[in-house]
Ligand binder design. Sequence first.
Ligand code: ASP
Ligand code: MG
Length: 407
Amino acid sequence: MAKTIIVQKYGGTSVADVDRIRNAAKKVVKTKKDGYNVVVVVSALGDSTDELIRLAHKITEHPNERELDMLISTGEQVSCALLTMAIHKFGEDAISFTGAQVGIITDNAFTKARIIDINAKRIVEELNSDKIVIVAGFQGVNLNQDITTLGRGGSNLTAVALAKVLDAGSCEMYTDVEGVFTADPRIVKDARKLDRISYEEMFELASLGAQVLQPRSIEFAMKFGVPIHVRSSFSNKVGTIISKEVKAMEDTVVSGVALNKDEAKVTICDVPDKPGIAAKIFKEIAKEDINVDMIVQNVSRTGATDVSFTVPGVDLNKTIRVAKEISNKIAAGAVAFDKDIAKVSVVGIGMKSHSGVAASMFEALAEENINIEMISTSEIKISCVVRKIHAEKAVRAIHEKFGLSKK
Ligand code: ASP
Ligand code: MG
């Protein structure tokens, strides 16, 4: 009988230096010796992707995206070769590959490419000759043979996609924390590790600022039903299983609290209150590839109203420019912006069937005298914008309110 395949992904912190690379190699070898076929996906060493991006920006303010991918894909090539050598040192047979070499084909969207196909033939051949296969994460190749990358944190996506095509028994994500927590343990001392969380909740938490996993990789895992095990590379403890919703999950009203301090608020003042205006504003903004998150607008009593919305902090300058142009076109007023905001969110499948969650969240903020500036809700999440200086206090208060530290 063919051996079960295990896909393991080691994040940047798990291969940050030579000792950690050796430590990862040891784990890989152990899994192989336990009787599995092992496919490993690696991220670039530590912060080396950030360093490469910084380097590019020293040359030019707007690096060409094809060349940027050519550059930042090298980080993973370094780590996969080094990890393979470390495995050789432990006496096991292993071989490293780039994304292109193992047939990871993507579309042409440089820096955020989507995988369109994987031809895993080469991987299967190497596994059949009893080798451990190490794949450079985060990268692929388009139909023109240009190197592409899959968006920041994209090694997660490589791992999930390989787990799917190889029909792997499990997909383990090794990181520097023990799993997914009810809140960032650096902010909430008694945050609790979750044993299990649904794809939907994990997707929301990741999108709302929890940094454990790339949202796109969770979307992919959900679509194809690939269970993910997030765990620490520095211990042997069981981490968090991300899987499809099971009945018991509904009992937990709130699973976690997320914080995003990287958004900014833009307000277009005195916007004429008539049909078609909102469509005009947000169409122009979308054209510039700016991802708008929360939007607040009220019915006016005077014929004009303020429209506020949040965008990623990195897109703020671009947004202000576009907003001013629009404001001129539609005869609205001034454009104001605010970088000192933070978005605090609670996520939980149980919200579908429990009421009063929003009220409890607002109460937690009120008790700390924290003002709420914007609110948005969906089926399984509630987000509030507050002053950035109150962000951590808000997370702690909400965590406490929902009793998340207790099992
Ligand atoms: N090295 C890339 C990044 O830092 C990809 C990854 O780590 O998954 O975004
Ligand atoms: Mg990284």
